[in-house]
Design a binder for this molecule. Sequence first.
Ligand code: BDR
Ligand code: CA
Length: 316
Amino acid sequence: MHKVIYDTDPGVDDAMALLFLHRHPEIDLIGITTVFGNASVETTTRNALFLKREWNIPAPVAKGASVTIDPSRAEREWPSMVHGDNGLGDIEVPGTIDLPLDPRPAHRFIIDTVRAHPGEVRLVAVGRMTNLARALKEDPEIARLVKDVVIMGGNFYVPGNVSPVAEANIHGDPEAADIVMTAPWKVTVIGLDVTSITTMSRSYLGEMAARGDGAVKLLNALSQSYIDFYKHAVEDGMMVHDSCASVYVVAPELFSSISGAVRVVCGGVADGQTIVKPDGRRFPPGDWDGLPSQVVCTGIESGKVIDLIRDTLLTA
Ligand code: BDR
Ligand code: CA
């Protein structure tokens, strides 16, 4: 069993990835930590509790960061044109959910849980990297105690989605992402190189909803305006960014990758750009030297990933 803490900013594609983690028989979802990003942390936390309640997810929810690791960074607007004003495609969601939150902040929940299961916990992070960076700052030793970190974020050999060079999760907190990429733990980076070519059509999701239970029907409903948003890039379908990271946990063979140290540009015109120095390539001394080699996914068997999502979501 893979013990997973899911760090997330639900978020439409976050919701699908959550249902995958909850339903996959080889995954033990032991915690959900929230972060700002697709909406405020109040909204993403409410959404996590809403999905926990609707989908009967036993994992506790811990509320996380509401500002970047460097608090002097200017605030940006929420991407409501992508995920709706309420982060879940503007379906009806109650203002408050009558479920308890874990009393700890997300980064403390991560530290305590990793320390309780040394060498076992896999962190799947699909929002801004702020909670992970905070956990590392407060307790750097956890880097050696987690099993690995799988993140959705970044772009290497394709353009970004919030600027020509930057992807949303990294661009939302570049300093935090640089801390996460350069820490002495194993990070697998699932970026736009693979997620932007992994799309699910409206009709495919609709057929899943017709065959599936109430959870899949809810997922279908909350995904409709997100699919509308993707009209500019996808033929009546959506990129399933965050689910790619969830799938990697159980099916890494569906991905190809390179390895190398990764840095994140912090500031300036390329703010939030992720850059890998591929292992074996020689350059004069520079800012990638002596840093851990991470795994950067560059290829994906998209059709198999989409089918695995379907089969897992329909297991209930
Ligand atoms: C990422 O940004 C968010 O909008 C999505 O949930 C995903 O995690 C894609 O760039
Ligand atoms: Ca996300």
